[in-house]
Design a protein around this ligand. Structure first.
Ligand code: GLN
Length: 488
């Protein structure tokens, strides 16, 4: 078996035991990146020399018999909205194309401390705004399962890199579905942790009350492995949960232990509008849980349908404020055509931001403007609270909720770009979890007739990722969807 077939955890074990050299893994994966990434387009930047240097350092530590971190020598990709001192941090935006971060994000420090090797930065929708990675201002990423289709978004580069075996694990960020939806479109595993579980320090802010960093991996155990590294309190993010309120558990420790008397909730009205093949795959997955002894119950989530409307007020409002800092002075691109300082601001922003980002800044500024604040923003916050209560009630009755990740499988490149509302609808099932702050995972649960992956979404209560991963693992053990590979 080629080392490219190993999971991150298996590769880590081989490297730590000295049977595989991290430097060989890096060389092997770069050969593959050089062959396939011109087609896939997963990476914006790669750091071959730096990666080889880190890999050699890990190999030397192992050869000397020193102890190594839990990701010893494993090559990992990170979404390019995570600040990193090495290389530019672009957010796939022209406005940040030449921005070099003076510091590393918390999660980058954690990966480095765990002896991971960072291969490069992956493509995304500009500032993580989108559902297909087509809003990238820098390049196109395609779906490795069908290169005429989108990889999903906004963490499309990370998801495509995992599916195409251009890394062993990756990090993404999820504001309204950006880890789970591309994971589903590319047939990989993706977890959005509870809001507050992973420090957002050094994640370029989009919707600060919604953003969470999380892993994209080949299987559930790899997600647990990465969570062990990135979860936990960080005083530099005031929303990161304290160790006494929700200590980060060992996510790998009990992973193989099935949940006794598992109770799964489904929300019947959510099945309207789902593609029939997606619905069938979800039903089949529920049958597998039932065969393992799980009990299925139906719950009502009366406010779920308002999630998209509510999200696009809150997310755009926060984005309009967060993106005010790109003024041509503090960061990134500055116009060459300014006569005065007002022009420096307005022209730098006009030249630097893409259409979708501009659309959201306008929407958010409008929703926050005096006279409209109460009617839109405050109203959305109230609806958000009702959605949160829907989840609380559901989790009082069941251990988890199961639903699709996305109503369809990966759509064609260009299919939805002309109609932003259609694009927004790609996230009907993922957005509510961000509004409520609860964790959600997407795991592969089948393929449609065109051979495109389908994702199963499992959601659970705040700070119960360890249980969520065990539930996901119960299903994964019964199936082999997660082992399938695209025909590149
Ligand atoms: N598609 C959603 C948006 O465009 C979610 C993106 C994300 O999770 N970053 O806002």
């Amino acid at each position: 078996m080629s080392m490219l077939e190993l999971t991150a955890k298996q590769l880590r074990d081989e490297i730590a035991a000295g049977r595989i050299k991290s430097a060989d893994a890096v060389t092997e994966v770069f050969t593959r990146i050089e062959i396939y990434d011109p087609t896939v387009g997963a990476y914006i930047t790669t750091f071959k020399e730096d990666a080889l240097r880190s890999a050699h350092a890990v190999d030397a530590k192992i050869a000397a018999g020193h102890s190594v971190g839990s990701l010893a020598g494993v090559p990992i990709a990170v979404k390019d909205n995570l600040c990193m001192r090495t290389g530019p941090t672009t957010c796939a935006s022209k406005i940040l194309a030449n921005f070099h971060s003076p510091y590393d994000a918390h999660v980058i420090e954690k990966l480095t401390d765990a002896d991971a090797v960072i291969l490069g930065k992956t493509n995304l929708d500009e500032f993580a705004m989108g559902s297909s990675t087509e809003n990238s201002g820098l390049k196109q990423t395609v779906n490795p399962w069908d290169i005429t289709r989108v990889p999903g978004g906004s963490s499309g580069g990370s998801a495509a890199a995992i599916a195409a075996r251009l890394c062993w694990a990756a990090l993404g960020s999820d504001t309204g579905g950006s880890i789970r939806q591309p994971a589903s479109f590319c047939g990989v595993t993706g977890l959005k942790p509870t809001y507050g579980r992973v420090s957002r320090y050094g994640l370029v802010a989009y919707g600060s009350s919604l953003d969470q960093i999380g892993p994209l991996t080949r299987d559930v155990a790899d997600t647990a492995l990465l969570m062990n590294v990135i979860a936990g309190h960080d005083p530099r993010d005031s929303t990161s949960v304290s160790e006494d309120r929700a200590p980060a558990p060992d996510f790998l420790a009990g992973l193989e232990k099935p949940i006794q008397g598992l109770k799964i909730a489904i929300v019947p009205h959510l099945n309207e509008g789902v593609d029939a093949q997606v619905a069938d795959a979800i039903t089949a997955a529920l049958r597998i849980y039932k065969d393992m002894g799980a009990e299925l119950i139906e719950v009502r989530m009366p406010h779920f349908d308002y999630a998209i409307a509510c999200y696009y007020v809150i997310a755009t409002a926060e984005a309009s404020s967060n993106l005010a800092r790109y003024d041509g002075v503090h960061y990134g691109h500055r116009t060459d055509h300014a006569d005065d300082y007002v022009h420096v601001y307005s022209r730098s922003r006009a030249e630097g931001f893409g259409d979708e980002v501009k659309r959201r800044i306008m929407l958010g500024t409008y929703a926050l403007s005096s006279g409209y604040y109460d009617a839109y923003y405050l109203k959305a916050l109230k609806v958000r609270n009702l959605i949160r209560q829907d989840f609380t009630r559901a989790f009082e009755q069941a251990d988890c909720l199961i639903m699709p990740v996305s109503p369809t499988t990966a759509f064609k490149i260009g299919e939805k770009t002309a109609d932003p509302l259609q694009m927004y609808l790609a996230d009907v099932y993922t957005i509510a979890a961000n509004l409520a702050g609860v964790p959600g995972i997407s795991i592969p649960c089948g393929f449609d007739k065109a051979g495109l992956p389908i994702g199963l979404q499992i959601l659970s209560g705040p700070f119960t990722e360890d249980r969520l991963l065990r539930i996901a693992r119960m299903y994964e053990k019964q199936t082999d969807w997660h082992t399938r590979q695209p025909p590149l």
